[in-house]
Design a protein around this ligand. Sequence first.
Ligand SMILES: Nc1ncnc2c1ncn2[C@@H]1O[C@H](COP(=O)(O)OP(=O)(O)O)[C@@H](O)[C@H]1O
Ligand SMILES: Cc1ncc(COP(=O)(O)O)c(N)n1
Length: 265
Amino acid sequence: MEPTLTIAGSDSSGGAGIQADLKTFSAIGTYGMSVITAVTAQNTQGVFLVEELSSEIVKKQIEVIFNDIPPKAIKIGMVSSSQIIKEIVNTLKKYDYKYLVLDPVMISKSGYHLLQPEAKMNLIKYLIPMAYIVTPNTLEAEEITKVSIKNIEDMKIAGEKILSIGPKYVLMKGGHLEGDAVDVLIGRDIFKIYKERRLIKKNTHGTGCTLSSAITAYLALGYDIERAVELGKIYITQAIKNSFDIGNGVGPVNHFWNIDYEKVK
Ligand SMILES: Nc1ncnc2c1ncn2[C@@H]1O[C@H](COP(=O)(O)OP(=O)(O)O)[C@@H](O)[C@H]1O
Ligand SMILES: Cc1ncc(COP(=O)(O)O)c(N)n1
């Protein structure tokens, strides 16, 4: 069983953050572990309060995991402040790893700032260059590059700008654009489009967390980047397609769409 690690925030409603990541890691057949950076009081209707953990406990969680169960692939989601970002960067520097998937979480779908605005520069300067792949949505890519994104051409321009900061690959997610759900993978010699029909579903809480975790799990299982993104896209599309209404707002996706419940009864 390949170990996978998420470094992210907790979502009390279970649809995004650490909870979405661990469900995805498990559904894809890896052994999920977590380093919690912050606790959010959140449900399908919004984020109501956030409490960041101390940098000491973030550092210690990373150290004890790496000293005992070195992960095959790591994903970073919500990191909230400059202090936490610097602690993660300094601690990860001490260890060997190949696959770091960075989902540059900034604002929740419900409009809450999960990354303090003044920490944005540190995320760009320190975390993006360390990543194997960065997975911004259009709003995050606009914040990082100041390029306005309306179509695939703009995604390419912004994606190449992010690539020049230092990661090996960039996956530009197009979930917020109109028309088909198109994502673009950009690398020094890769430009690949992943297209799925847009699903008319309101339950998209945690889609970005889920896709980046799926890519992390597939990298841990040994797939190359193009195939890991292809399988991740299939996983998130099916998870949205099979989502269910729970709560009164924007519900979660179905992380276990691939599980045969008859077998576990
Ligand atoms: N309505 C939808 N139908 C199909 N795929 C979608 C839909 N909304 C988002 N996606 C896909 O879900 C993934 C997450 O995308 P996006 O919503 O852009 O990210 P985030 O959750 O970070 O804002 C992408 O692969 C995107 O194309
Ligand atoms: C702890 C945590 N991490 C990430 C997200 C982003 O997910 P979304 O963009 O679907 O709100 C979230 N809402 N909460």
